[in-house]
Design a protein around this ligand. Structure first.
Ligand code: 4AD
Ligand code: MG
Length: 431
């Protein structure tokens, strides 16, 4: 490349380099211009001294606006007083496009305005840092599963069936012949793949027509589902714990500067260790009662309960063995108490709440058939899933995580809307 990236700037100390990027701030003072410059991989301050550049370069400096794109050439100097550690003594610059007046300024903007400007807001330093953390989490997930011998299996997005119940399905017209639905989770499909590959995972967009406006719900979000042949409930939770721990270590390794930009108190993340906390559903209800919640046995934990409960802990918390009747049809029941499901939700601490849902799956043909009949699931659509219990059925378990929930927690964000480049919510489809 005839230009360098700012992430590599250390290698070019005291050398003349060319950079390509954008102006995110600037000021002038007499015969000097200070240009705050970013190229998407780092930040640097450029200094233009009137007497050391051509009249044309000095003239072009006067035309610079916020977000103007340009090429800079100059010498890289170490500069302790600069927050970036380096400065570039600019010799030459070429404007690529002089940006029009930029709508996002220094003043405080409300969230709705910023969301309307999401295509531009993505450039601001906090939004930049969030996407870098998200990227680390995605890569750490792939890395973990590759190390553990899982095969990535791509589940379909257009499906004839519901995975997690019919209340939040997005409907699509399928050639005027029938209805299709956008996938809520790839789980049922990757269960088929364990009989071919033993341990598998998927990672893709999932869709839920969530009609509530909450800090935790998007209508389009990214889910990773994992599924393991021969794994039972305990092992399922162990893999969840290892995966989340691995992700946290990678974020702490690769994103300290990003977490600083986000003003995240990383001591909360640093002190997380294994094993994670564990409560049964019953214990969680009791504990919530003691904490002042009105929740009763038989009721699902609401967002407020999850917040209340997880504020008590400094590590993630497994809540396991929920009443089976409040959970999905495919979950195996606890042999020690048939009213309970062999399932778990993993809740992130500091009030964040559910990041993973998982369970051991019902592997017995007759029991699953009865369950599907009780739930009135059409055999035309679910027959293939039942079929899996006819040909070499084995105990198996799996789980799914919500990427945006994990990003919100690690970055210390109140709302999931900033964790995804273009959020889709009840009241937002644009930009
Ligand atoms: O708990 P859920 O509904 O579980 C499943 O879909 C299972 N089929 C997964 C499996 O066993 N393979 O969803 C899994 C996770 C939740 O724990 C949460 O983190 C996230 O997906 N999630 C959402 N994230 C953002 N917006 C929403 N509307 C979400 N709904 C679920
Ligand atoms: Mg769940």
């Amino acid at each position: 490349m005839e230009y360098i990236l700012l992430k590599d700037v250390e290698q070019y100390l005291n050398q003349e380099v060319t950079l390509k990027g954008w102006i995110f701030n600037y000021r002038s003072s007499g015969g000097i211009y200070f240009l705050q410059f970013r190229d998407g991989t780092g930040l640097v301050q450029g200094v233009v001294v009137k007497n050391s550049v051509s009249p044309k370069v000095w003239e072009d400096c006067q035309k610079i606006t916020l977000e103007t794109s340009l090429t800079l050439t100059g010498k890289i100097k170490s500069e302790k007083r600069s927050p970036y550690g380096y400065e570039i003594e600019i010799k030459d610059l070429k404007l690529i496009q002089i940006a029009e007046e930029y709508p996002i300024g220094k003043k405080e903007h409300g969230p709705e305005f910023l969301m309307d400007q999401r295509h531009l807001w993505l450039r601001s330093s906090k939004q930049w840092a969030i996407q870098k953390v998200r990227n680390t989490i995605i890569n750490a997930t792939y890395e973990y599963f590759n190390q553990q011998g899982f095969t990535k299996i791509d589940a379909p997005i257009l499906t004839p069936t519901a995975c997690e119940g019919t209340t939040t399905l997005f409907e699509v017209d399928y050639f005027g012949k029938e209805k299709a639905y956008l996938s809520q989770s790839g789980q049922l499909y990757i269960e088929a793949a364990i009989f071919s590959h033993n341990r598998v995972f998927d990672f893709g967009p999932t869709f839920r027509a969530e009609k509530s406006k909450t800090r935790r719900h998007l209508t389009e979000f990214w889910m990773m589902d994992a599924e393991m042949a021969f794994a039972e409930h305990e092992e399922n939770m162990k893999v969840q714990e290892d995966l989340i721990y691995h992700i946290l270590q990678r974020v702490l390794e690769k994103n300290i500067e990003d977490l600083q930009i986000l003003e995240r108190d990383i001591s909360f993340l640093e002190k997380i260790d294994k094993p994670f906390n564990r409560l049964t559903y019953k214990e969680a209800i009791k504990k919530l009662g003691e904490l002042g919640s009105k929740i009763k046995l038989g009721e699902d934990l609401g967002a407020a309960d999850e917040t209340l409960l997880t504020k008590q802990y400094d590590r993630p918390i497994f809540v396991e063995k929920y009443p089976a009747q409040m959970k999905a049809f495919y979950m195996k029941h606890d042999p020690e108490d048939q009213d309970l499901a062999l399932c778990d939700d993993l809740l992130a601490p500091e009030g964040y709440g559910e990041i993973i849902g998982g369970s051991q799956r019902e592997d017995d043909y007759e029991i699953l058939l009865k369950r599907m009949q009780d739930h009135k699931l059409p055999m035309k659509d679910f027959g293939w899933y039942l079929d899996l219990r006819k040909y070499g059925s084995v105990p198996h378990s799996g789980f799914g995580y919500g990427l945006e929930r994990i990003v919100a927690w690690t970055c210390g964000l109140k709302h999931v809307r900033e964790t995804i480049p273009f959020p889709r919510m009840l009241t937002r489809l644009r930009p």
